[in-house]
Design a protein around this ligand. Sequence first.
Ligand SMILES: Cc1cc2nc3c(=O)[nH]c(=O)nc-3n(C[C@H](O)[C@H](O)[C@H](O)COP(=O)(O)OP(=O)(O)OC[C@H]3O[C@@H](n4cnc5c(N)ncnc54)[C@H](O)[C@@H]3O)c2cc1C
Length: 468
Amino acid sequence: MNTVSTVNGGIPFWYAHGGTPVPREPLAGDTSADVCVVGGGYTGLWTAYYLKRAVPFLDITVLEAAFCGHGASGRNGGRLHNGFAGRGRYARLHGHDAAVRLQQAVNATVAEVVRFAADEKIDADIHHGGTLEVARNPAQLARLRDHHSVEIAFGENDRVMRGARETAERVRIAGAVGSTWTPHGARLHPAKLVTGLADAVEALGVTIHESTPVTEIRPKHAVTPYGTVRAPYVLRCTEGYTAALKGHGRTWLPMDSSVIVTEPLPSSLWDTLGWQGRETLGDLAHSPVYAQRTADGRIVLGRRDASYRHGPAVGADTATRTPPATVDALRDLLVRLFPTTAGTRIDHTWSGLVGVPRDRCATVALDRSTGLGWAGGYADCGVATANLAARTLRDLIQQDSGQAGPTELTTLPWVGHTSRRWEPEPLRRLGVHTVRAAYRAADRREAAAVSAETDRLATWADRLTGRA
Ligand SMILES: Cc1cc2nc3c(=O)[nH]c(=O)nc-3n(C[C@H](O)[C@H](O)[C@H](O)COP(=O)(O)OP(=O)(O)OC[C@H]3O[C@@H](n4cnc5c(N)ncnc54)[C@H](O)[C@@H]3O)c2cc1C
């Protein structure tokens, strides 16, 4: 496989053809608003969108450090799916029924994102073909069966289990021994979605300032080098970049996720792969892969990396490069999954940040005593979760300002949850790298084993991280 001409880092492939949008003006001095949103990704922009639609007279300002979509929202794998970080723990904390309500809200969110794009006439290459998760060895197959039954217990009666032959009829993945398919998934073009979303928000009358980094968030204030925005509500929507904000160094771990994109594949090669349904893909590995077939016939494939960033590296543009060893690992994974891609060129690779809470639970909250709100910690499930968070923040603000009462969304179990902070260094680094190494080793050992047992290393790591 040819990686000589691979572009590494910089702006993601998603912007390569259209370029990044024309920059909006930075903040020009002190000002005030009813609501100040910090961060111009899906969370911040959708919050501004739904809030402005609900209460048109609200004066809303969005402050974005770079450009809207600079973060994970413009550089993700484009897999809109109904995964949710922390559902198992929420079921333990609040009961099964509460977690079922949460899952149903996430399922409905996939449809809401598709509807939103259609209503706003945003052509984001959306293909609502569902999500297929595959097993490639006996241990993965055992987990796949459990996963399938658990999802059905969480109300997904439309989920379909498939054997090896039926899976191959959908997508020919080497070694696939079974799969589970959910209709609650869609393929999309992340940058087209976030760019269209920013335009829709602006068209509603929301003010967006780009190239405006917020250096401090405190009650009723968002402080930038160009001035301070004073607002009764200040919402932190900075996900993987949160660690760079004063006082948040240990809130969510800024972990790297890395992606490769192939050249457009010829139709003869697509004939060897099938994948006519354009389902987004995942697997049951401990370090799971995500993949999509793009509208222009490429494969986008990614995986969360073992590394995380700290200090000035959070948000630095140079840090969007993918380390060569990770590129090699992703390329090998691509060829192991799809052997006929062995001679295919990798056009682009990049990395981005996801926010990972210590207890792996995504959260959304509004502190009524300070007017500070936040949402994030979505890990790899942020495309749908960000939309759910945004509509929840809208409802929380309306409730707090006396315009509405509690809603179905404000009573979901993730609202107001607080995760404990990450350990200080060097404990954190030691823990994260040990756990990651354990998962990688477990994946390798399971791939070579005939046993359907989950590898002991992974069971140990699950206990340590609270995944079990
Ligand atoms: C490589 C990669 C692949 C992924 N693939 C998938 C996938 O296929 N499916 C899925 O569901 N999820 C995926 N995710 C996760 C998903 O993209 C994110 O969870 C989601 O986009 C988060 O949106 P957000 O708006 O909360 O954060 P972001 O999109 O990261 O937006 C935060 C914004 O805040 C800005 N900002 C940060 N600090 C400041 C500051 N101090 N002042 C002002 N602005 C600031 C940033 O510039 C950024 O634009 C992936 C993530 C990555 C990195």
